[in-house]
Design a protein around this ligand. Sequence first.
Ligand SMILES: CC(C)(COP(=O)(O)OP(=O)(O)OC[C@H]1O[C@@H](n2cnc3c(N)ncnc32)[C@H](O)[C@@H]1OP(=O)(O)O)[C@@H](O)C(=O)NCCC(=O)NCCS
Length: 176
Amino acid sequence: MEPLAVTVRPERPADHDAIRALHDVVFDEPDEGLIVDGIRGSADAIDGGSLVALDGSGAVIGHLLASRGVIVGDDGVERHVWMLGPFAVRADVQGRGVGARLMREQINLATKRGVPLICLLGEASYYPRFGFQPARQLGIEPPQPWADEHWQALKLPSYSADLRGRARYAAPFKVG
Ligand SMILES: CC(C)(COP(=O)(O)OP(=O)(O)OC[C@H]1O[C@@H](n2cnc3c(N)ncnc32)[C@H](O)[C@@H]1OP(=O)(O)O)[C@@H](O)C(=O)NCCC(=O)NCCS
């Protein structure tokens, strides 16, 4: 299918309802929208890290959230990383590059901010195209016993191999 021309930018207050509605429809349950609302304005929110994709009419057709997460090393030292998700593109425009645009912009932002690593739980077949690999290969353990192929991480330029340990998500994710 033809790539869709979209504008990607950080969310604005006027987008909040549309973002919630997008997740409610794409996931057919309220959990993702509640996570987005829970992160917004919290200490784990990232300035400019809630990205929306708009179509030519200005409608929100995609959203990708980054939030602050932590990797707790064996020595108890905590280092900040970014967690990606929830991530949704409206069903009628999926497969036209909107998700990839959002992902690339988020990776660029994390790189500019000096974030060493971004982690996510997601489809094994989609994320490796952006450079993600199974996080356990890097010594990054998930907060719950998630499958290797779904628990993924992307090393960014400021990554160093001593970044190892167990991942902790912001409280609204309710994953421990
Ligand atoms: C995952 C999602 C955000 C990707 O956005 P998108 O705009 O459809 O993705 P793109 O157009 O950039 O990429 C399309 C490619 O990804 C693949 N793809 C899309 N969703 C996929 C999925 N859930 N699993 C595996 N591959 C997927 C398509 O087959 C296509 O592959 P190709 O390029 O080899 O043909 C979107 O499909 C979506 O909202 N899915 C439902 C919700 C979801 O699963 N969210 C992620 C978990 S939080």
